[in-house]
Design a protein. Structure first.
Length: 393
């Protein structure tokens, strides 16, 4: 049974949904049901046939913004955990009632880690905690790249809370799974002697994100993602403020598509329809991936594997990205991607200009697609989960 704070549909809502939907899809390795909170809010989103989803209705009163901030400020809990904490006792009760039906209870996101306080020892033994990313690593990096003197101490406070939270709550579980080795390394630094910590990467639908024979637009780029999510938001502003002006000095016909929901008014002001095209949410990312000559990803912070990179590689795109962008993916610079320096907009732009103005070996696009087919298809990833789940039988 996969337990998640949110209803897992629609799939493209966020990275967590994308993982859960593909994890529970019908396959030959295992069968998984879902338990989530307040799924009736999304009754128009019908899960595919054969997927059993149980939703519990939590009656906790929604807090005002001021009350929410007050609770976060005087709580030990990190921001991402505070939202769901009051629902955990009821969720734990339902898990206990259902636990005998399942060999494994897969707890998705760090927000569910405190469930151990409410579950019996017998049920905890069946649990695998799946935080996806390290929240302490996320805040460590966000603090590093924040230059606003008002925000910096807030992020440091959140970092300290994240470290304390992970140390306190993760030790209850015998197995914790992240999507990237860098997150595993961060968690191991917490010294959890009785816990196995390992990585199973995200996957990608290689049939949906397939290579297209359509010719891309000359000197075009694309960046995708929820543009309200801090790492993506930072990358988008880095692109429009620092990188694009440098590219346009040398390639005046260059343009970039910023594709994804959560566009702020401040960001949309850069939309000019010629050099910077901001689309908002789209139903089909492939349309814009096909258009672009390059996929660019100047992420400066974040953690875990980036689904956006797997999708671009699966479509055989030339991907130019930062080190953070490629973490957890077994890429090789110059073979199936290009690693670019993000110390400044000019340095990142220089890499893009060089690739655009020179004939790049088509093998890079082929190698990108082959890498994903070999190691990151959902078929391959489910097989890794089956191996893990089988140790609990």
């Amino acid at each position: 049974m996969v337990v998640t704070p949110n209803y897992p549909f629609p799939e493209n809502k966020d990275g967590v949904n994308k993982i859960i939907v593909n994890l529970i899809a019908e396959n030959r390795y295992y069968k998984a049901d879902v338990l989530c909170i307040n799924g009736n809010e999304f009754h128009n989103e019908t899960p595919p046939k054969g997927q059993k989803i149980t939703s519990i209705n939590c009656t906790q009163k929604k807090l005002s913004f001021v009350s929410f901030i007050y609770r976060w400020l005087f709580s030990e809990l990190p921001f991402s955990v505070t939202k769901y904490y009051a629902d955990l006792p009821l969720l734990a009760k339902i898990i206990e009632e259902k636990s005998k039906q399942y060999n494994v209870i897969h707890l998705a996101t760090p927000a569910l880690a405190p469930l151990s306080k409410y579950l019996s020892n017998e049920t905890i033994k069946k649990c695998i905690l799946f935080p996806i990313d390290s929240i302490s690593l996320f805040w460590e990096r966000r603090y590093k790249y924040e230059f606003n003197l008002l925000k910096k101490p807030i992020y440091n406070y959140e970092l300290l809370k994240a470290i304390k939270f992970e140390k306190k709550n993760y030790s209850a579980y015998k197995c914790i799974v992240f999507v990237s080795p860098i997150d595993v390394k961060q968690c191991r630094s917490l010294s959890l002697p009785n816990t196995t910590i390992e990585a199973i990467p995200n996957g990608v639908d290689i049939d949906y994100f397939h290579h297209s024979e359509k010719e891309p637009e000359n000197f075009s780029m694309v960046f995708t993602g929820n543009l309200d999510y801090a790492p993506n938001k930072d990358a988008a502003f880095f692109l429009v403020n620092d990188i694009m002006p440098e590219i346009l000095k040398i390639i005046p016909q260059a343009k970039i598509y910023l594709v994804g929901g959560g566009v702020s008014e401040k960001l949309y002001k850069f939309h000019d329809g010629k050099h910077i095209i901001i689309t908002g949410f789209v139903d089909d990312l492939r349309v814009y991936l096909e258009k672009a000559q390059l996929y660019v990803s100047p992420l400066r912070f974040g953690s875990g594997i980036k689904n956006k990179i797997l999708e671009a590689l699966s479509m055989g795109k030339i991907v130019v990205g930062s080190e953070v962008s490629f973490e957890g993916i077994e890429v090789q610079h110059g073979n199936n991607c290009f690693l670019a320096n993000i110390d400044s907009g000019k340095k990142f732009a220089t890499s893009i200009v060089h690739i655009m103005l020179n004939n790049i070996d088509n093998n890079i696009q082929y190698n990108a697609r082959e890498l994903v087919k070999m190691k990151y298809s959902w078929e391959a990833i489910r097989k890794l989960y089956e191996k893990l789940y089988s140790t609990y039988e």
